[in-house]
Design a protein around this ligand. Sequence first.
Ligand SMILES: NC(=O)c1ccc[n+]([C@@H]2O[C@H](COP(=O)([O-])OP(=O)(O)OC[C@H]3O[C@@H](n4cnc5c(N)ncnc54)[C@H](O)[C@@H]3O)[C@@H](O)[C@H]2O)c1
Length: 409
Amino acid sequence: MDMIAQGKERVKWASKFMPVLGEIEERFDEDNIFEGKKIGLCLHITPETAYLVEILVKSGADVMLTAANPISSQPDIIEYLKNKLNVKVLGFRGMSDEDYKKAVEKLIDWGPDYVLDDGADLVIAAHKKGCTSLKGATEETATGYYRLLKYEDENMLNIPVIATSFSFCHNLFDNKHGTSQSVIDGIIRATNSMLSGKTIVVIGYGQCGSTFAKKVKGLGANVVICETSPQKALEAVFEGFSVKKMNEASKIGDIFCTFSGNINVIRKEHFLNMKDNAIVCNAGHFDVEIDLKGLEEITENSERVREFVREYTLINKNRINLLTEGRIVNMTAAEGHPAAVMDISFSLQLLSLELFLQDDGTMEPGLYEVPEYIDESIANLKLMSFGVEIDDYTKEQLHYLENNEMMLV
Ligand SMILES: NC(=O)c1ccc[n+]([C@@H]2O[C@H](COP(=O)([O-])OP(=O)(O)OC[C@H]3O[C@@H](n4cnc5c(N)ncnc54)[C@H](O)[C@@H]3O)[C@@H](O)[C@H]2O)c1
């Protein structure tokens, strides 16, 4: 099968698991709501993103796309987008940092009306280049939100940006269930390990780590949590986990997975405590959580023993199996989030983009969260796709709740 046909087939497959986007597609299609608008995207070039692009193109947009990450771009999807949808694709697999920067700049020079960003590079480039065409942006990641918060604090943000990563639906699908499932997938694809009976050390019991911990416990693993926050550690204890300092946990773990968003949470002294053949990986966004320099310093020999696995023989003769060079394991050894997760993330972005059109340029510059009613409508559409119906308040209940509120005031 040629690349274009393969790309098309994979986009079709992904779209089957994106029913909320499908509903939005039908509505947008009828209204042609992006007619004449130039929309720039900086996203992972995957089948799910291609489905989002299909919807934008079908509803009238002129689209330019660059990659959010040099290793996540999928060549068959790029071919499909370029040849079948006539989309300008600037990203490619294996692009260098320099290529990436040039692509971001080229996209801004093109003069987009709106951008869908992932990490805030497009919005920041637009500000640095004095782009005047841009009327609004959506931001997918918390990292991007915090970068833009600095701009806002310094009164430098001159467009409205809707950050989608704090909405209830995004949190539930992406941070909690999408990440935890795909991290398990990444570990299994990289190692083919059985998780039952293993001791898995989870470093960071936040949104992602706590859901991962519960899922691997369900698969029969003994789970040990390491935390720095007393509240999170207490939550882990109340949820039935053993909580230990990393110094102790490092002596008993078979598999270690970092979810802290912090630097060097697994260090030299921990590697030297580990059992022979321990497996170590990172699920955090940046490859800073495992101290690779420290690991090299205590290594006698290292070799690639399997795709995605490098074995380090330490000075104490124990072997450590490091997955995906310490990079984000679910995006590298597995396929990242399942389509069902991106269904929610992209629906939030599309409905936020629609807000800019409805608002007709009157939204003040600044950072916004997704309005509650959009989050609620997406949850409703997802429930409908599962065939789940829920109750409405009765008039009496509404009256009771409103009355109670008044009493509180
Ligand atoms: N793999 C993915 O697809 C994916 C998806 C979403 C987020 N992430 C990344 O995962 C990381 C965690 O995200 P989150 O939303 O769970 O964040 P979070 O802030 O909810 O959780 C992080 C937890 O780590 C703890 N922590 C910080 N330093 C620590 C240390 N030295 N030792 C032990 N615990 C420590 C914090 O107290 C916190 O409870 C971030 O880097 C985020 O960008 C990855």
